[in-house]
Design a protein around this ligand. Structure first.
Ligand SMILES: Nc1ncnc2c1ncn2[C@@H]1O[C@H](COP(=O)(O)OP(=O)(O)OP(=O)(O)O)[C@@H](O)[C@H]1O
Ligand SMILES: [Mg+2]
Length: 230
């Protein structure tokens, strides 16, 4: 098997529904998808088509109700909460449309605070914080709080926080949606240059243009829409 074929996720016949009182909303309807390691992939589709639901399952935030999801060959439908927490904490980096930084902490503290839960020495935390803020070009802004940063800079801090733990994958639900086109493009250049896999939902063709593969959700399942940069 070549490196390209090593799978990050293997999703097989996945169903997911929300219960609203007696009503049942079917969000995913027999979705199958193989996501290779070390690539940037995007998921697009109309509003309500299940993109965020899928990301939440891949991020182990929502459970696998029916079907099979393997994350690096581990069946995440069969593992206990403790193991799920471990995977979320050490292997998955999350970024969000509205950044989700802690307002009272500086850029530096927003990164180091999360690393403090990772059984690292003080020195290692300092080194990883510096390294990741450098990587996103924000070391010189490290003493600023989120309110003193632009939207693009806040997303860079969030990316620094995500990459600091050296995750296998970064998952982002429309992470450029609240940024202007130029800033969003800069953020995509940064994400496309990362060593880890990146999975994003988007409505934006600019974001899709960075992807090795775009998938489109339709009628509860996913179809590839474009072979991109590979
Ligand atoms: N917490 C919830 N409770 C009930 N129904 C929900 C919930 N979250 C999502 N849904 C429904 O599940 C379906 C899929 O929603 P989802 O948020 O995954 O779509 P999406 O593709 O991310 O949409 P958007 O592009 O608007 O973000 C929709 O019909 C939505 O209304
Ligand atoms: Mg969504």
């Amino acid at each position: 098997m070549s490196n390209q074929e090593v799978l990050l996720y293997e999703i097989d016949d996945l169903f997911f529904h929300y219960s609203l009182g007696k009503q049942r909303v079917q969000a995913l309807d027999g979705l199958s998808l193989k996501i290779p390691k070390s690539s940037l992939i995007t998921i697009s589709g109309p509003s309500g088509s299940g993109k965020s639901t899928l990301l939440n399952i891949l991020g182990l935030i929502e459970p696998v109700q029916k079907g099979k999801v393997l994350f690096q060959n581990e069946n995440i439908g069969l593992i206990n909460e403790k193991r799920k927490n471990e995977i979320r904490k050490f292997q998955i980096g999350f970024i969000f449309q509205h950044f989700h930084l802690i307002p009272v902490l500086t850029a530096e503290e927003n990164v180091s605070y999360f690393l403090s839960q990772h059984f690292l020495s003080k020195k290692e935390i300092q080194e990883k914080t510096e390294e990741s803020l450098e990587a996103v070009g924000l070391w010189s802004h490290r003493k600023k709080r989120p309110s003193q940063l632009s939207g693009g800079q806040m997303q860079r801090v969030a990316i620094a926080r995500a990459i600091a733990k050296s995750p296998s994958v970064i998952i982002g639900d429309e992470p450029t949606a609240s940024l202007d086109q130029k800033t969003g493009h800069e953020i995509m250049e940064l994400l496309a240059g990362l060593k880890c896999s990146v999975i994003l939902t988007t409505h934006d063709t600019m974001v899709q243009s960075f992807a090795a593969q775009n998938y489109h959700i339709q009628d509860g399942s996913v179809v590839p829409i474009k072979q991109g940069r590979g």
